[in-house]
Design a protein around this ligand. Structure first.
Ligand code: NDP
Length: 466
């Protein structure tokens, strides 16, 4: 991919926010240090009455780690951006100030809405098309709406301001090198495609278990829960990459069409007590730390019944995948950090008589941290040579050069929406999980419990997977 920077000014709304400090600025730092955003100007804005120096200090702090490992040119690029960055205090929801700021900035501009979702929405509603300079890119964070209808309304608001290919709906999983590597693995190798279908694959699991608990994020997490936070966009996109047909190119139109086609064919079928599960952690230990009940964590409203572990079984209703369950699971406060896709193949049609031992299905594991590929196969054992033994072919993947937010930002700055979620797909992701959200809200599926530090409720089949 070329590193042509078409955006001249990156305007971050929400300069004092957590996302900006922890993810956006470090992502940008990696890009600048690698010389992949030459000539970019950074502008911060927020409702705090910060001096320009305060904002510059924040930027420098966030650039520090990248600066230490950068070469001379990289350090100079980081310093240049940090020293020239400007700060503007404004209320983005007021009619006027944001439009006035946009008129002052050198274009093309990328406006990054690192704001609470309802504030981003309001900010877009008060803007008018003629106040948005030509070529401006609007960057929206997750969650994109709170359901199909609100995502649709937000899409309409944005479409009134800029063309679709100038709207970047961020799902930073699309910037993870290991997630993108699914495409390389599947489409640059001959041996997988012939078996990549319902005839040979029994089930596909995408698992994102965290060994961290709430970590003070109750304000956001308690209103979201695991299904909205992780499965609604991140895991559905990984699933889509695992399930798409080979696109003609990995350019924006072909790849995003392929993803949209798979997600349109996807659904979670009732009865939901059979196809979905939810649970929440109780007190336990994570490593050395004692964790209280989720319900007793500061800022949590126990009456909301927010799940900290969710699992859903998605069906992809097409010729390639009909009947193959795609199980998506994510949770917090689990005993083991486990982030991988596991593809389980069907057994061989006939194991020649004479083999001893248990034949286990082939499994391909795509790790998303640690970044490893592992293919589990059965081979003849070392003792009685016809007693089957398990062996693993393991490939460690090279570390990515950029952080996921760096990859995503590079696409935005280059004017390439490839790594952004398209509007129709954003709505479809909600359409897939909305019936489950309704069923859970009505209590149709019981909220189970698991001890923090355990593998999840013992009865869940995915909990015992090695
Ligand atoms: P924070 O609450 O930490 O920051 C929000 C920012 O918005 C603050 O800088 C705040 O400034 C500013 N703000 C609020 N109201 C206004 C206003 N009317 N005018 C101008 N600025 C305003 O939120 P996060 O950084 O955590 O999240 C931002 C977005 O990113 C959300 O959509 C979130 O869902 C998403 N996200 C966050 C992640 C994270 O890890 N934090 C991860 C993935 C996505 P002030 O305090 O001065 O009001």
């Amino acid at each position: 991919m070329t590193s042509k920077t078409t955006v001249k000014t990156l305007l971050i709304l929400g300069a004092s926010g957590d996302l900006t400090g922890r993810l956006l600025l470090p992502g940008l730092a990696g890009l600048l240090a690698a010389g992949r955003a030459p000539g970019l100007r950074l502008v911060g804005a927020g409702s705090d009455p910060w001096s320009p120096e305060q904002w510059q200090e924040r930027v420098k702090g966030a650039f520090e780690a990248a600066s230490k490992s950068a070469d001379a040119a990289g350090s100079a690029a980081l310093a240049a951006v940090a020293e020239s960055t400007a700060y503007h205090q404004l209320d983005v929801t007021a009619d006027g100030p944001l439009a006035e700021l946009l008129a002052q900035l050198e274009g093309p501009i990328a406006v990054y809405f690192a704001l609470p979702p309802h504030i981003s929405q309001k900010a877009c509603e008060v803007l008018k098309r003629d106040q948005v300079p030509a070529g401006t890119r609007l960057v929206m964070e997750k969650p994109f709406g709170s359901g199909t209808e609100s995502a649709h309304e937000l899409n309409k608001t944005l479409a009134a301001l800029v063309p679709e290919d100038h709207i970047h709906r961020v799902d930073h999983f699309l910037g993870k090198a290991t997630v993108l590597n699914i495409l390389g693995l599947r489409f640059a190798n001959r041996f997988l495609e012939p078996v990549w279908n319902r005839d040979h694959i029994e089930k596909v699991e995408v698992i994102f278990d965290e060994d961290l608990a709430l970590e003070g994020r109750a304000r956001y997490y308690d209103t979201a829960g695991a299904l909205r936070d992780m499965i609604q966009s991140h895991l559905l996109h990984i699933m889509a990459f695992l399930a798409i047909d080979a696109p003609a190119t990995i350019e924006e139109r072909d790849l995003r069409d392929a993803v949209a086609t798979v997600l349109r064919a996807s659904s979670i079928k009732a009865p939901f007590p059979e196809t979905t599960r939810r649970a929440r952690y109780t007190a336990g230990t994570l490593g050395e730390r004692t964790v209280p009940d989720y319900a007793a964590e500061q800022g949590v409203d126990p009456g909301r019944n927010t799940e900290t572990l969710a699992e859903v079984q998605v069906e992809i209703n097409n010729w390639r995948w009909a009947g193959v369950p795609f199980i998506l699971r994510s949770g917090k406060a689990l005993g083991r950090r486990r982030k991988e896709a596991v593809i389980t193949f069907r057994p061989v049609p006939h194991l020649p008589t004479g083999f001893a031992g248990v034949d286990s299905p082939n499994q391909l594991r795509i790790g998303f941290g640690p970044d490893v590929l592992r293919l589990d196969v059965d081979v003849n054992g070392p003792g009685d040579i016809f007693t089957l033994d398990r062996a693993s072919l393991v490939a460690e993947l090279n570390a990515a050069e950029l952080l996921p937010y760096g990859e995503v930002l590079e696409g935005i700055l280059n004017g390439d929406p490839l790594l952004s979620v398209r509007g129709d797909t954003a709505e479809d992701c909600w359409r897939i999980i909305e019936p489950v959200l309704r069923a859970w809200e009505s209590g149709e599926v019981p909220l189970e419990e698991y001890d923090a530090g355990s593998a999840g409720p013992a009865a869940w089949p995915t909990a015992v997977e090695d």
